[in-house]
Design a protein around this ligand. Sequence first.
Ligand code: HGY
Ligand code: MN
Ligand code: MN
Length: 395
Amino acid sequence: MEMAQYGRTPQGGVNRQALSTEDAMARRVLVTWAELLGLTVGTDVVGNLFMRLQGTNPEAAPVVTGSHIDSQPTGGRFDGVYGVLAGLEAIQAIREAGIVPKRSLELAVWMNEEGSRFAPGMMGSSVFSGSRTLDSVLSVIDAQGISVGQALEEIRNEFPDIPLWPLERRLHAYIEAHIEQGPVLEREGITIGVVTGIQGKRTFRVSVSGEEAHAGTAARSERRDALLAAVELIQAIKALCEDDEDLVKFTVGRLDVKPNAPSVVPAEAVFSIDLRHPDSSKLQSLGDQLLDLCAYEYERCAVSIQELSAAPSLEFPDSIRSLIRRTAEDQSISCMDILSKAGHDARYLHYVCDTGMIFIPCKDGISHNEAESATERDLADGARVLVGVLLGLST
Ligand code: HGY
Ligand code: MN
Ligand code: MN
């Protein structure tokens, strides 16, 4: 609740976008809490934050837990930050129990998971794990034309004393606690989701270019209305994505129109596409058909499409999943297997070390919405299971 003050919105949610002043304030509080616990704090060139409880064998690859603290513009108080604070609580509980694990335990705060201010998301975890190059993210700009590189420099200036740790460090395992962001656990009356994997996702940016004209005089047959063209194209993609099983997830979350003036025929419409499906081959073919649709002309306008990210469905290793399941059962906390329909930084850690996720329910499955909420009991149970899993991996 205290963390939710940073970027708090009047409707009770948070707007704490990546590398914003609200993000910097939240980082400041986290670093203070970590230092009070005697943890060692580090960062890296892509703005990830790490807080370490040293193990008896400092050379051994660490066990890492964490998530993100950046939010969507109308985000909730739990998406991401729950995993960071559950991780901090878990490390605090282990330390206060006087347990010194063999492997160091680290809390990770990944930079820009959400991809709202700077697209695509998961920049911190993908660069850390070597899936993306640092240069490919530094040049990305926000709506005001500020680049990730500039924003990172500002954040570094806020925390000049935090040492830079290397990218692509060897990790022993990574565990992320997160709210489900869907209705299944709550509907089934189950507390812990043993996450089996993450569904695939492809994101695109589509630019439609037409020509400014007078709204009152330009003849319809001569108009090159970029917005009407975008609407036609979006409708065509919507039809392509309609499946009976409701497995295809197609979202146009952002649409920018230029010049965006009521009496000027729009000359440009740029929109985002977020496309997801649990079956990687289906996602591949849907995305390719979408690309084909963009090859046509709509309202005499030109269409160009850029793929921003493409990630197949993944399955977490059974070793981690059974450890999570056993830990929940040992603590008589109900659990069930569940596929993550939402994306997470755990995707990129999965490519470099044994990785898993622990879900807890959220109210009505609502997320990426200011009404997002979770019960204290579920939040605490998730942290309890996290402690057990971290001990299982590090002692
Ligand atoms: O979009 C996602 O799946 C994640 O919550 N950023
Ligand atoms: Mn999240
Ligand atoms: Mn999110």
